[in-house]
Design a protein around this ligand. Structure first.
Ligand code: TMP
Length: 218
């Protein structure tokens, strides 16, 4: 089973992820936890370029190509092999992030993103995508607080530094993607306390696991 977590900056997905994995492993599933960008050694180098404010204004198409390079390496060397070995892959961001950020907020369009993926990658989509949804004003406040108190490195704040309108576009695009694929997406109310967020994840994943080929929870 292939599970992805998506959302704007400060939506809490990265905090919730280990608790979701605990729940899955407690039910007997072997999990491969990974993320984009940065799920491979090559990807970690790309991540430091993509997220560092010192990279400045990267041309949107150049930015897209780097995210795609990260993904091609990641799918071929990490995600697909883990799925082939019967593991449950839990990935912090995947193709929906490229659709929402580069396709939507940067304005490159969904068709270009989809065409590039068709060219470069096998048609691998997640079985379940959790969209952590919240008001970008709250998300950005949380994200900057994490930078201020050292939980997130300032060298990874290039997207946090984008205007509120950019993050509103990202959110709207994510919600549009979720509405277009209601079977795959689960929208999580990320404005509530962490325990309530994790409860929403567990409530949604439980029934899906019992019907998945990945196995059953005890
Ligand atoms: P994160 O690891 O903290 O989620 O940060 C990754 C950043 O990269 C986040 O701002 C979203 C952005 N991003 C894109 O713009 N396009 C993509 O395809 C991916 C995977 C991430």
């Amino acid at each position: 089973m292939f599970i992805t977590l998506e959302g704007i900056e400060g939506s809490g997905k990265t905090t919730a992820l280990p608790r979701l994995v605990n729940f899955l492993e407690g039910g007997g599933l072997a999990c491969k936890v990974t993320r984009e960008p940065g799920g491979t050694p090559f990807g970690r180098r790309l991540r430091s370029i993509l997220l560092d404010p010192e990279s400045g204004n990267i041309d949107s198409t150049a930015e897209l190509l780097l995210y795609c390079a990260d993904r091609v390496q990641h799918v071929r060397t990490v995600i697909q092999p883990a799925l082939d070995a019967g593991q449950t892959v839990v990935c912090d961001r995947y193709v929906d992030a490229t659709l929402a950020y580069q396709g939507g907020a940067r304005g490159l369009g969904m068709d270009l993103i989809r065409a590039m993926h068709r060219l470069a990658l096998p048609p691998l989509m997640p079985d379940v995508t959790f969209l952590f949804d919240l008001d970008p004003r709250i998300g950005l406040a949380r994200a900057w607080a994490a930078v201020e108190d050292g939980q997130r490195h300032r060298r990874e704040s290039r997207f946090e530094a984008e205007a509120l309108a950019f993050h509103e576009k990202v959110r709207d695009n994510y919600l549009a993607l979720a509405r277009a694929e209601i079977e795959r997406f689960v929208i999580i109310d990320a404005s509530v306390a962490p325990d309530d967020v994790i409860q929403q994840l567990i409530d949604a994943i439980g029934p899906r696991l019992s019907t998945s080929s990945a196995g059953r929870l005890a």
